[in-house]
Design a protein around this ligand. Structure first.
Ligand code: BGC
Length: 379
């Protein structure tokens, strides 16, 4: 276990937190000069596992202000959806923002409608309150929590971009598990008297999302990456992709949509291990990944290690941690992906030409490494 790299990771994240509380995804990669709700929530959680509560709290307050700023979109979306009017891709809450918290319009083709970050921030916020003992933050952020819950209630079953910002025509099991746990976290906050909010049926919503996942996202005894919405005609529905995606690990940890011994979770993990884990190396996103040739992702490798810690397979978790540590460069920077054993070599150069070398450092990679490190050392 590389204490020095762990400490550098904390410092790197602090250095890349803006004065407003947001975290930049990667300071050196032009396309990632923004703050994503997804990346940022895991980063804040990593800081919480390191006892850096102030940093995490600043992030959650930034999210709160940002969501309030755009809450009018939720009201408009409700009116449009109930009138059966089509939604444009910018009519919903965005996935990434400038560091100040404004929407980004530099690239009109970006898939802004991604639901998962809105579930993830509720999970991370509740974990923050429990870890830091600052339950007061929940009442303080009551308004953005409520806006988020109403938003999720409205949009949870609409097709949207996945966590890799692809395939907007599908519903994705990963984001549904974040939504499930977002409702669940709210239910806990309310039941335990930490948040006074009575008129959103969070418990029923969590159940509904979970049942929906079981009826739509389980095939051959395991979870699948994505599927078409139920209202799409039958022939098209057959064109699904039964493959796994490494993000499905999240159904186990941290969102606990399935309990550790659940056969569906075990079968899903086994397929991820067989199809996406290069033994002794890292974890690929999914089999058909061509982004920068499809390399091994540091954050997903750490995620698999995190899962192993949750089932007490510490040796496996430590081996994974060591592999990640061996990928840090001379500055102690971890990349988004490692490209020595890529799935589609012919796709590597075109991406380098388009966006430059692979993002490094990626703050989310450092965060997942920290989460794994602390799961191993703190038990
Ligand atoms: C990844 C996203 C991530 C973003 C910023 C994208 O390439 O697919 O998951 O949020 O980069 O790190």
């Amino acid at each position: 276990m590389d204490q020095a790299l762990y400490k550098k990771s904390i410092q790197l994240i602090l250095d890349n937190q803006s004065q407003w509380g947001s975290y930049i995804a990667s300071p050196n990669f032009p396309t990632y000069q923004y703050c994503w709700l997804r990346d940022g929530s895991y980063i804040a959680h990593a800081m919480d596992t390191a006892g850096e509560y102030e940093s995490a709290s600043a992030f959650f307050n930034w999210v709160g202000r940002t969501i309030k700023r755009f809450s009018y979109k939720v009201d408009e979306a409700r009116l449009r959806l109930s009138a059966g009017q089509p939604m444009g891709k910018d009519d919903l809450l965005h996935t990434r923002f400038t560091l100040e918290g404004e929407e980004v319009y530099i690239d009109n083709t970006w898939g802004n409608f991604q639901i998962d970050g809105y579930g993830t921030w509720l999970w991370a916020l509740y974990e923050h309150a429990k870890k830091s003992g600052d339950f007061g933050i929940l009442e303080k952020l009551k308004e953005p929590i409520e806006i988020t819950l109403r938003y999720l209630e409205l949009v949870w079953n609409l097709p949207n971009y996945d966590c890799w910002e692809e395939h907007p025509e599908f519903l994705h099991t990963y984001y549904l598990s974040t939504v499930y746990d977002g409702f669940n976290a709210a239910e806990d906050m309310i039941r335990l008297g930490k948040l006074d909010m009575r008129d959103i049926p969070v418990e029923a919503l969590a159940k509904e999302v979970r049942n929906f996942i079981f009826t739509s996202a389980v095939k051959n005894g395991r979870l699948i990456k994505y599927f078409l919405p139920p209202n799409v005609e039958f022939e098209r529905r057959l064109i699904g992709n039964d493959c796994v995606d490494a993000s499905l690990l999240a159904a186990g940890i941290p969102y606990q949509m399935l309990s550790p011994g659940d056969p569906v979770l075990l079968a899903t993990i086994k397929t991820i291990e067989d199809d996406l884990y290069r033994t002794g190396g890292g974890v690929y996103r999914y089999k058909a990944d061509v982004y920068y040739g499809g390399g091994e992702w540091i954050l997903l490798t750490a995620w698999l290690g995190w899962y192993y810690t949750s089932i007490n397979q510490l040796d496996k978790a430590k081996a994974i941690c060591q592999w990640i540590e061996s990928q840090a460069d001379e500055n102690g920077w971890l990349p988004e992906q490692v490209n020595e054993h890529i799935l589609f070599p012919e796709h590597y150069d075109p991406w380098v030409k388009k966006w430059g070398p692979v993002a490094k450092p990626l703050t989310w990679s450092h965060a997942m490494y920290m989460i794994l490190f602390n799961a191993i050392t703190q038990g």
